[in-house]
Structure formats: structure tokens, C-alpha cells
Design a protein around this ligand. Structure first.
Ligand SMILES: *Cc1c(COP(=O)(O)O)cnc(C)c1O
Length: 385
């Protein structure tokens, strides 16, 4: 859908840059909020997907909380106006300064991932005469059937507390004076488009809650993490992910106590489809039996293809000429700096603009200056009106 890009206005803007369609972002946020609201569920936006301050402020305006995985993210969330009472802080390796920053700001909840971390939070909270609210991140041993680099809920992963240790960790959390145990946290992986793993997760949570119930332990909240996937192959077919099925799956399978609240941490599904990386063709190079379109964007601007063999649909938004096959590559001195092999694209020329679609999540935020390159710019659709 080339009409999405204001090609005449883009011309003259320094490339590469991220382009965010805020109309689609708002529609996506409203849909997610409406579907979650049907069941009284609460969404924390997983900031690691994209922490562009202008996007953060739109997301915050819609009433979402923030899910942070570093002290930097906690501070950025507060700066963007997310109330501390809606900020959760996860991560296997929280440094003391990060824990202290979160304690000083009285965030909603730490999602803790190990016994030593629990002990350190207790100590640091005691030094401030505070009680830290924590949820235990449980490794539910549920297979998300996604790429192994983005699977997190299996016993072999570094994340969370294994089920066999859960009783011990709960006892410890209850015994520590500057800790208040308020919930259980889960996150099984990312880019999950089949709802079955979410149903399996729900049933695993039910088993855990039943066992805790026998010990008269009832927690205030359940946090199921994030992971809802998007359609990278067809960004125009279903630009808004299937939030309805996602929340209905939990509603159908997850048993909550009266008054127990449901939290989730969606990242990719909220921001991926609204973003594209816009790049210019530097050269068309004829190889033996193939031709390369060499872009001014590379893996330093969008690392997902090099990092996890991810696919981003590429469009030549400058040309309507017949399709030809191109290997679309970047300028970085790494063989993995390739966006797509044998891409079917409208015949390309030096100076054409290419859009790499579905790049709003884990795109701009992962950009680096490797090769001493400039970081990509970023614009919202309203900047080009
Ligand atoms: C990455 C992450 C998320 C967000 O995952 P998405 O797949 O982008 O929805 C949520 N919670 C935790 C703990 C994470 O690490």
C-alpha cells in the first residue's frame, strides 16, 4: 500500500529514518484497550519494543502502564508521564542503582527472577525504610513454539524461578520483612500468533494457583507477560493484531480469584505495524546471476534480520515498474547485513525509496553506531502533513 507513505513529502528528508503512522498506532492502542477492557484486564506497554519519547507519550495518553527491563526504562517511563503506580520492573540482572531508582519512585511492582535478587531488594528497601512490592517470575515450562532466540518460558532458559523451587521462594518472600509478595509473573516468549501456548500458560497458572490455594496463599495479581505476534508477511492484511482472540483465550482458560487482577505486558503487538524503516537505494549492482539493491540502511538501523533471521516485507515505494528479483543488502561490513534474498520488487534505480515494513518494534531502539554510522532519524506521520 504505497499510499501509506507521503512519498513527495519524504523526498529531501535525510535517510535512513523510521516513519511511524500514528493513525494506525492510535487505532491499535484503542483496539487493544477495548478488548482488554471487556474483562477488566490491564495492559502495561513493554517499553523495550520502542522507547521513542513521542510514541511513549501517545501510549501513555491511552492509559497504559509501562513494563520496564532496566533502570533506564523506569526513568524514561516516569519522564514520559507514566504514573509510578503503573510501572513494573522485570529483568534477570537488576543492578543496585536500578533497584534504588525504582524504590525511590515507589513503582507498582518488581518482577523478581532469583533468590539473591529477592534478598538484595529486601536489603535495599530496608535501608530506605520501605517495603517493596514484588511478583515472582515463574518459568512455567510452556513451549511458545516460536524462534528459539525468543523463547523464554522453558526450563532451560535463564528467566524466572523454576516450578520446583516456587514454594521455597514464596516462603522466603513472605518471611522477608521489607518485601510484600503481591503477584506471580510469566512471560513465555515473543511473536506468538497461535493462541495455544497462551491457553497452555493459563492452565499451568491454574495448577499453580490451586496448589497455592491449598496453602491458603492468594495473590493480588497475575501478570501473563507479553508475546502476542504480528503478521510480518502481510502488514496490510491485518495491520491490527488479534487482541480479541488473545484476551478471550485468557478469559476462557484462566481462573482468577474474585478481586484478583490480570496484567499483561504487550510490546511488539502494539507498535510493530505502525513503523517502517525508510531507506534510499545507493546502488544497483549486477552480480553473476543476481542483482543487488544496496541501501543506505543496514543492520545498524534494523538488526532483526541479522540477529534472528527475521523477515521484514520490503517495498519500492518510488517505482511502479515491473517486478525484478533483488538481494536487498546494507552497507555494513558483515555478510549478515542482508535484509532479503531474491526479493520481488518493482524495478529499482539509484535514489529510489524503499520501505522496510513492520519495523516499529525492536527496530529503532536496537539501532547502533557500529562502523561509526549515524543513528537513524525518526518522524511521525503528522510531521509530513
Ligand atoms: C520482551 C518482554 C515483553 C514484551 O514482549 P512482546 O513480545 O514484545 O510483547 C513482556 N514482558 C517481558 C518480561 C519481556 O521481557
Amino acid at each position: 500500500m504505497k499510499g501509506t507513505f507521503p512519498i513527495n513529502k519524504i523526498k529531501g528528508t535525510e535517510t535512513p529514518f523510521y516513519f511511524y503512522n500514528t493513525g494506525l498506532l492510535r487505532e491499535t492502542l484503542e483496539t487493544a484497550k477495548k478488548e482488554a477492557g471487556k474483562f477488566g484486564y490491564f495492559i502495561h506497554y513493554a517499553m523495550k519494543a520502542n522507547a521513542n519519547p513521542r510514541l511513549l507519550s501517545i501510549i501513555r495518553e491511552h492509559g497504559f502502564g509501562a513494563d520496564c527491563v532496566s533502570g533506564g526504562e523506569v526513568l524514561a517511563a516516569l519522564k514520559a508521564g507514566f504514573p509510578a503506580s503503573k510501572v513494573v520492573f522485570a529483568g534477570v540482572g537488576k543492578a543496585d542503582w536500578e533497584i534504588n531508582a525504582a524504590l525511590d519512585n515507589d513503582i507498582f511492582c518488581f518482577n523478581i527472577e532469583s533468590v539473591p535478587e529477592l534478598e538484595v531488594i529486601n536489603e535495599l528497601a530496608a535501608a530506605k525504610n520501605k517495603v517493596a512490592s514484588i511478583a515472582i517470575r515463574v518459568n512455567p515450562n510452556v513451549d511458545a513454539h516460536t524462534h528459539h532466540y525468543i523463547t523464554t518460558g522453558l526450563q532451560e532458559n535463564k528467566f524466572g524461578i523454576n516450578l520446583c523451587d516456587l514454594d521455597m521462594v514464596i516462603d522466603l518472600a513472605i518471611a522477608l520483612p521489607n518485601i510484600k509478595l503481591v503477584g506471580l509473573h510469566f512471560h513465555i516468549g515473543s511473536q506468538i500468533t497461535d493462541m495455544t501456548p497462551f491457553a497452555s500458560l493459563s492452565m499451568r497458572i491454574n495448577e499453580i494457583q490451586t496448589k497455592l490455594g491449598e496453602r491458603k496463599i492468594r495473590l493480588e495479581h497475575i501478570n501473563v507477560g507479553g508475546g502476542l505476534g504480528i503478521d510480518y508477511d502481510h502488514p496490510n492484511r491485518q495491520p491490527i493484531p488479534d487482541f480479541k482472540s488473545y484476551f478471550e483465550t485468557f478469559h476462557k482458560h484462566l481462573n482468577l480469584y474474585e478481586g484478583q487482577t490480570f496484567h499483561c505486558e504487550l510490546g511488539r503487538s502494539l507498535v510493530a505495524q505502525c513503523g517502517s524503516l525508510i531507506s534510499k537505494v545507493l546502488y544497483i549492482k549486477q552480480g553473476t546471476a543476481k542483482q543487488f539493491a544496496i541501501l543506505d540502511a543496514g543492520m545498524t538501523d534494523l538488526i532483526r534480520p541479522a540477529l534472528y533471521q527475521a523477515y521484514h516485507k520490503i517495498e519500492n515505494i518510488s517505482s511502479d515498474e515491473p517486478l525484478e528479483k533483488y538481494d536487498v543488502v546494507g552497507p555494513i561490513c558483515e555478510s549478515s547485513d542482508c535484509f532479503e534474498k531474491e526479493a520481488d520488487l518493482n524495478k529499482a534505480h539509484r535514489g529510489d525509496y524503499f520501505a522496510l515494513r513492520s519495523a516499529g518494534a525492536y527496530g529503532e531502539i536496537m539501532a547502533s553506531q557500529y562502523n561509526l554510522r549515524k543513528l537513524p532519524g525518526s518522524f511521525l506521520s503528522e510531521d509530513f502533513i
